[in-house]
Write a protein that binds this ligand. Structure first.
Ligand SMILES: C[S@@+](CC[C@H](N)C(=O)[O-])C[C@H]1O[C@@H](n2cnc3c(N)ncnc32)[C@H](O)[C@@H]1O
Length: 271
């Protein structure tokens, strides 16, 4: 489908064209980095759900300085193929599969990643509850594969929909990371319930063994008894502590907050 004139007026759409980014989404990762200094000290990075590749472009441009291009390894995973990028190894695969995790580790020669990012999104149905549910499942799949490939102390950034179940997702993420922050970069459209979780300092519960064959939400990890396994569907239906329209979220502790600073109000995403 062609771009509407509204798309073309969008500052980030035009900037992406000018600067050679494959999608305007590049600015979301760049702005998250400005806020959280995500790329500092990173030499192994994974881009989950990467196509058409603007986040991989950002990683490639930012991590591979003049002298560092040899030591930096970047792996991009997507169901779809994408055009090659300098210094980026592509895996055409599914992030829910153990074979994908193994392939990533193989590329890192047995070492773990310093940073995993995921801008994954399902095909939107227009049914908000369904879209939110599928997005949540994709985020959990990204978290699951991340537990296989991320080093302790590493960081994970992923797209999240601020739906009714968002606090449950925060709780899940906090089992694995000592800091979980939800941020909305100014290039993310006001009209979208999209935001990004920035999860810092990967520290899985003692004795946790990554296992792709089980959904994370069905398991208790025995981490001091603070987390009780729940039925995900039940929680989605029962949790009613968020007004998705107002963009406000009931937060559970001071480490989780919503940054609502935005600069664009345009309803259609541009790729
Ligand atoms: C919004 S696009 C990503 C845009 C990308 N970050 C960029 O900047 O160009 C979402 C991507 O998620 C991918 N995706 C969805 N489910 C996936 C899965 N299970 N495994 C791998 N990729 C998946 C889709 O194929 C799609 O390319």
């Amino acid at each position: 489908m062609g771009r509407s004139s509204k798309d073309k007026r969008d500052i980030y759409y035009r900037l992406a064209k000018e600067e050679g980014w494959r999608a305007r989404s590049a600015f979301k990762l760049l702005q998250l980095d400005e806020e959280f200094n995500l790329f500092k000290g990173v030499s192994r990075a994974v881009d989950l759900c990467a196509a058409p590749g603007s986040w991989s472009q950002v990683l490639s441009r930012k991590l591979r300085g003049k002298d560092k291009s040899e030591e930096v390894k970047i792996v991009a995973v997507d169901l779809q193929a994408m055009a090659p990028l300098p210094g980026v190894t592509q895996i055409q695969g599914d992030i829910t599969k153990i074979s994908t995790a193994q392939e990533i580790i193989r590329h890192f020669e047995g070492q773990s990643a310093d940073l995993v990012v995921c801008d994954g999104a399902p095909d939107v149905t227009g049914l908000h509850d369904v879209d939110e549910y599928i997005q949540a499942q994709l985020l959990l799949a990204a978290l699951n594969i991340t537990t296989h490939v991320l080093k302790p102390g590493g960081n994970f950034v992923a797209k999240i929909f601020r739906g009714k179940d968002v606090t449950l997702l925060y709780s899940q993420l906090k089992i694995f990371f000592s800091s979980v922050t939800c941020a909305k970069p100014r290039s993310s459209r006001n009209s979208s319930i999209e935001a990004f979780v920035v999860c810092q300092n990967y520290s899985p519960p003692e004795g946790y063994v990554p296992n792709m064959s089980n959904p994370l939400l069905d398991h208790s990890y025995g981490n001091s008894g603070k987390f009780y396994p729940v039925s995900y569907r039940t929680e989605v239906m029962d949790t009613d502590n968020q007004d998705a329209n107002s963009g406000t979220v009931e937060v559970q502790d001071e480490k989780t907050e919503i940054c609502t600073k935005k600069t664009t109000v345009i309803p259609t995403d541009v790729r």
